[in-house]
Design a protein. Structure first.
Length: 317
């Protein structure tokens, strides 16, 4: 497992546990009691470490290479998933995946950023950074859901929209704006979850939802800490300082009213127990969709639009 800098004391203890288990497997010694004691120390150290993570450390957890991405949740939670490709204008963008399926007996349209796990996957999905055709595909799927009165679920995990020259030439800003507009105008229940990084317009394009959930160790901000540092301090070395100022953690954003609920992660982060976080998120999504079901479409749209308009009034008198 990839070890983050602040996790090294935990990794040392886990290494000792593995050594003892190897000895036990070879029949040389019975070390069950010693392993149990060390495991208790690991759990305690993880609990104390993760209880006081700084915003920069949470950013590192949100970017953990083994953290589950959109396709992991889709494969585990969505039955009969049928992927839909292309924006019907230019091309298929694999940084955004989406399609139709059934979530615990309920038909849904699912859309998410996919970063990929290995080198080939990351290149194929462009590290979760979508081009205009990705956001136009997302808009197409939202409009499809609206037409057939199917709830929308989105899984947000991107450092930001792809900033390349080709993307800008094809109307990146316009594509993001139209995706945001499509989300705000839906007349069906819309639930979004920040499962890793929620970066800038690339994230909000899929997150103008009635209910916005956020995993405990995810981050969500108008710009990445590195990008913010390069603007304010002219150096990426101040990324830690920028993370502190951006108020990008789930805990800060819940207080500010930017998100609606924080979804707890397994001890040590989502990557340490994928089945548990899948079950926990599934329960949170089920509750959120249940709370929105039965509400008339016009009311859903009006509440969603008012919710985001209210955010702009913070601090104004």
């Amino acid at each position: 497992m990839h070890i983050l800098e602040f996790e090294k004391p935990v990794a040392e203890l886990e290494g000792k546990i593995e050594e003892l288990r190897h000895l036990s497997d070879s029949g040389e010694v019975n070390i069950a009691e010693e392993v149990s004691k060390l495991q208790a120390k690991v759990d305690k150290l993880l609990r104390t470490t993760y209880a006081k993570l700084t915003p920069w450390q949470k950013t590192q957890v949100a970017r953990h290479p083994q953290r589950p991405h959109a396709l992991a949740y889709i494969q585990a939670l969505i039955e009969d998933f049928t992927p839909l490709a292309g924006d019907r204008l230019f091309a298929e963008d694999q940084a955004i995946v989406g399609g139709l399926g059934r979530f615990r007996g309920r038909s849904v349209v699912v859309i998410g950023h996919e970063k990929g796990h290995d080198t080939d996957g990351r290149i194929r999905h462009n590290f979760g950074m979508a081009k205009p055709e990705g956001y136009r595909k997302a808009r197409r799927l939202m409009e499809l859901a609206d037409h057939f009165q199917i709830p929308v679920v989105t899984l947000v995990d991107t450092a930001g929209a792809y900033p390349g020259v080709d993307a800008e030439a094809r109307g990146q800003a316009e594509a993001i704006a139209r995706s945001i507009d499509a989300g705000l105008n839906l007349r069906v229940p819309f639930v979004s979850t920040i499962i890793g990084e929620g970066g800038s317009g690339g994230a909000i394009a899929l997150a103008t939802a009635n209910t916005v959930l956020m995993l405990e160790h995810s981050v969500y901000s108008v710009i990445s800490p590195e990008g913010c540092a390069s603007i304010l301090w002219r150096s990426g070395e101040n990324a830690k300082d920028a993370a502190e100022q951006l108020r990008l953690t789930a805990q800060d954003l819940l207080k500010l009213g930017v998100i609606d609920a924080e979804v707890p992660e397994p001890l040590g982060g989502a990557h340490r127990d994928v089945p548990m976080i899948v079950q926990t998120l599934g329960n949170a999504l089920e509750k959120a969709l249940g709370d929105l079901s039965g509400i008339e479409g016009g009311v859903l749209r009006a509440r969603r639009r008012e919710k985001f308009l209210e955010m702009g009034k913070v601090g104004l008198s």
